[in-house]
Ligand binder design. Sequence first.
Ligand code: ZN
Length: 90
Amino acid sequence: MPECAACGGTGCDACGHEGEFRVAECPLRFVTPDVWEAIEMADLRRRGEPPNPGGSLDQTAIFNDACRAIWAEQARYRARRRTADMMEMF
Ligand SMILES: [Zn+2]
């Protein structure tokens, strides 16, 4: 299950103090068009093509925050995949 974004897995009212987010339907329903666009923009930024001309200081604060959140989640996902792949080796 995905870690609760509200508390980072420590448990809060939003996740029923479980620290995880239960998904009982297709998870793609939670990924709205603006989220897909943010992911695409973060990927472009990583490749050196930010939405606004210039460097990090020329981007909006909310875009920089979104990039950090997206990149952290992507890194966490890759780490979990690597762990799952290693477990399949044994
Ligand atoms: Zn929570």
